[in-house]
Design a binder for this molecule. Structure first.
Ligand SMILES: O=C[C@H](O)COP(=O)(O)O
Length: 249
């Protein structure tokens, strides 16, 4: 049985004052059935992890370098995230793929580094609007999965987030049929590559304009094990209904 995961990606939002939202989240929902994850900007990870220690909320990073250490100005390694208190790291988010031209091969190397350091990697995949309209969605997802996910993973160290690029921060959401088609396809691909047991243990998140108002219907779709939430994770008031919907799914 896969434990559901409500993951919040704060992106490049929030200074120390934003941690009051994390405290409010912890105070409001101390024992959800689902796992809760908040991925704040890197400078807040250590403080966030201290606030969340011994609570049900886990803390994660939004990226890491593929190397353990070295001359990589401005980067952080997976080991540094772990040392700061992170348990997860998001990798290959479409904003990283577009802002920094991150390739599938680079995402795969980062994922290997993250898992090797003891983090759980959340690898993001998703098509652009042109690709969807051109009928290429499943080919794109297959290629990103094959290229970004390393060999030899285990079901508890990898999470896949399906985030259609055109749904991120736009208020646009795929139909439930479209979400289900991609999630079922990803499950098939993962089972074919890693075997039924591992492939079935990997959690599959949907991300892109998830709100309290649409969360329940999204979580009713087969093979949707939770959500990767951007804007609506920035306030406890907005994130809590999503967690409640996931608990109820
Ligand atoms: O990582 C989160 C996603 O990019 C979704 O962002 P959003 O919920 O603001 O659309």
């Amino acid at each position: 049985m896969r434990r559901k995961l409500a993951a919040g990606n704060w992106k490049m939002n929030g200074t120390g004052a934003a941690l009051t939202e994390l405290s409010a989240l912890i105070a409001a929902d101390p024992a959800p059935k689902s796992e809760i994850l908040i991925c704040p900007p890197a400078p807040l990870i250590h403080r966030a992890a201290e606030i969340a220690s011994e609570t049900c909320v886990r803390i994660g990073g939004q990226d890491c370098h593929a190397a353990h250490a070295g001359a990589h100005t401005g980067d952080v390694s997976a080991e540094m995230l772990l040392d700061a208190g992170a348990a997860y790291v998001i990798l290959g988010h479409s904003e990283r793929r577009s802002d920094y031209a991150e390739s599938d091969a680079l995402v795969r190397d980062k994922t290997e580094a993250a898992i090797g350091a003891g983090l759980t990697a959340i690898v993001c995949v998703g098509e652009t609007l042109d690709q969807r309209e051109g009928g290429a969605t499943l080919d794109i997802i297959a290629g990103q999965l094959a290229g970004s996910v390393p060999a030899g993973i285990t079901g508890d160290t990898l999470v896949i987030a399906y985030e259609p690029v055109w749904a991120i921060g736009t208020g646009l959401v795929p139909s439930l049929g479209q979400i289900g088609e991609v999630h079922d396809f990803m499950r098939e691909k993962l089972e074919a590559r890693f075997g039924a047991e591992t492939g079935n243990a990997i959690r599959l998140l949907y991300g892109g304009s998830v709100k309290g108002s649409n969360a329940a219907e999204i979580f009713s779709v087969s093979n949707v094990d939770g959500a990767l939430v951007g804007g609506a994770s920035l306030s406890a008031q907005d994130f809590l209904p999503i967690i409640s919907a996931l608990d109820a799914a």
